[in-house]
Design a protein around this ligand. Structure first.
Ligand code: DC
Length: 218
């Protein structure tokens, strides 16, 4: 496989991106980069410092200072913020509530995109996020956009979370859809040349196999 081979997987919350991207990475021996985890780590850093997402200058300042590390581990992807393991704390309802407002800040996106390109450089990678096929790697060899109905996506997210009601999860999923798709910079959308996959009625294996067919024949 040529070096610098990029598989881009975009889509909204609960569309199956993470599960699918991890499996694709394993099957094809690609480096897995969860870009959402990076926006989440910055959001956690802001919450820890009592910085509101609306305090844009402070958020940008923080984004310039923090160190986010994504590391492969036997238990899966490990996320470290300034050397501290935050793999599970970046998935709390508080982070879910604030992350889209942090991710819509132009300068934050510029910093993250540069970092994502650096992480991918020289590697064969699969990246998942919202703007991989449109902004981060517009020339990626393979692009996929995973989608699913909001009720199905809510159910999937609800299964992964504790201490929240299904209604709260649905409200958050819809709110994030709205902010992520409506923002001016790098909004969530399917790239013109991406393969669109509606995963609502598909199993994980079916989605993985669909993607693998494209990648193996491409
Ligand atoms: O995939 P996720 O749910 O972990 O992503 C969390 C948030 O981060 C998502 O609601 C929007 C933002 N995000 C983004 O704006 N761009 C990306 N490439 C990845 C995530």
């Amino acid at each position: 496989m040529i070096k610098g081979f990029v598989v881009a997987i975009d889509g909204p919350a609960g569309s199956g991106k993470s599960t699918v991207a991890k499996r694709i990475a394993k099957r094809l021996n690609l480096l897995y980069i969860d870009t959402g985890a990076m926006y989440r780590a910055l959001t956690l850093a802001a919450l820890n410092k009592n910085i509101s997402p609306s305090d844009v200058a402070s958020v940008i300042n923080l984004a310039k200072k923090i160190r986010i590390k994504l590391e492969d581990s036997p238990k899966g992807l490990k996320v470290a913020l300034n050397g501290v393991d935050v793999t599970s704390t970046i998935r709390t309802p508080q982070v879910n509530t604030c992350v889209s407002d942090i991710a819509k800040i132009k300068e934050v996106r510029e910093i993250m995109v540069l970092e994502q390109r650096k992480l991918a450089q020289g590697n064969n990678v699969v990246l998942e996020g919202r703007d991989i096929g449109t902004v981060v790697f517009p020339k990626a060899k393979f692009k996929f956009f995973l989608d699913a109905g909001v009720d199905e996506r809510t159910k999937r997210r609800f299964k992964e979370m504790q201490g929240v009601s299904i209604d709260e999860v649905k409200t958050n999923v819809k709110q994030r859809d709205k902010i992520d798709s409506g923002r001016k910079i790098a909004p969530l959308k399917c790239a013109d040349d991406a393969v669109y996959i509606d995963t609502t009625k598909m199993s994980i294996d079916e989605v993985v196999n669909t993607i693998l067919k494209y990648v193996k024949h491409g």
